[in-house]
Design a binder for this molecule. Sequence first.
Ligand code: FE2
Length: 193
Amino acid sequence: MAFKLPELPYAKSALAPYLSQETLEFHHGKHHAAYVRKLNELIAGSRFAEMPLEEIIRTAGPGEVLNNAAQHWNHSFYWLCLRPKGRGKPVGALADEIRLAFGGFDEFRKKFAESANSTFGSGWAWLVLKHDGSLAIEHTPDAENPLPRGEKPLLTCDVWEHAYYIDYWNARANYVEAFWNIVNWEFVAANME
Ligand code: FE2
């Protein structure tokens, strides 16, 4: 059972001008594809070969298998967090929970951006649902994600340079600012249920 690179649920040009077609061609077609290829090479014939992706991430422990499995999961999730012309704001229960946890949507955006921008080197910013049902902002280095802690990711922003360098060069903060224009809040809300 080899893992497959998922198709994007939109055209590679659809997230422009916030993310260009060229960025998606490299990020999805080269970087994400390479994680999937490498993962399949690593797990062939191993105890991971028939394991669901989440189980590999929860059980593999530090190393190449975990890194490539988590990067496959993280990117698959990231693509679904995005959509052309995101609606701009969460509504309903998600909006209520964000208000409860962070004081409001603007405060949440500010704190999430601070987390994304302060991640040293490569990593990911997350909005997660914690064990007690509350929302939290986290950032993880490199390939790490919140799954091994048993937390439920609701939203992520990839802050590896490969996510933004073609469009924003070294200005990660501009990429994170643009990110808000293409967030799929319906997907985020569905993850909370
Ligand atoms: Fe990435």
